[in-house]
Design a protein around this ligand. Structure first.
Ligand code: FES
Length: 105
């Protein structure tokens, strides 16, 4: 597992991007649960965000690709609207303890 950040550096309802050895990924904390995905839109294979750490839509209830607006469920990465509907983000195993947020890399 690789450490992404300290637990408090990803607040409830927030998303945050990371780069580990050239791999782009991001994490979201929602309802106290943690989710991590590879930062790669299944539509064009490009990173999802235009602004740093902005991976969610305005309601902060879905993950959004900034390029063509695809929307993904935070809990599963499934695309529910947009050009890649039915496809999914690649989920990464993640965990949290007192020292940090960790991802399987
Ligand atoms: S690249 Fe993400 S919706 Fe087109």
């Amino acid at each position: 597992m690789k450490r992404l950040c300290a637990p408090h550096e990803l607040a409830e309802g927030q998303s945050r991007g990371f780069e580990i050895a050239g791999d782009k990924l991001f994490a979201v904390r929602k309802d106290g649960r943690l989710f991590a995905y590879r930062n790669r839109c299944p539509h064009r294979g490009i990173p999802l965000e235009w602004l740093p750490d902005q991976f969610l839509d305005h309601s902060a209830s879905l993950i959004q690709c900034a390029t063509h607006g695809a929307l993904f469920l935070i809990e599963s990465g499934e695309c529910v609207a947009g050009p890649c509907a039915g496809q999914a983000l690649e989920a990464l195993r993640c965990a949290e303890d007192g020292e940090g947020i960790w991802v399987a890399a």
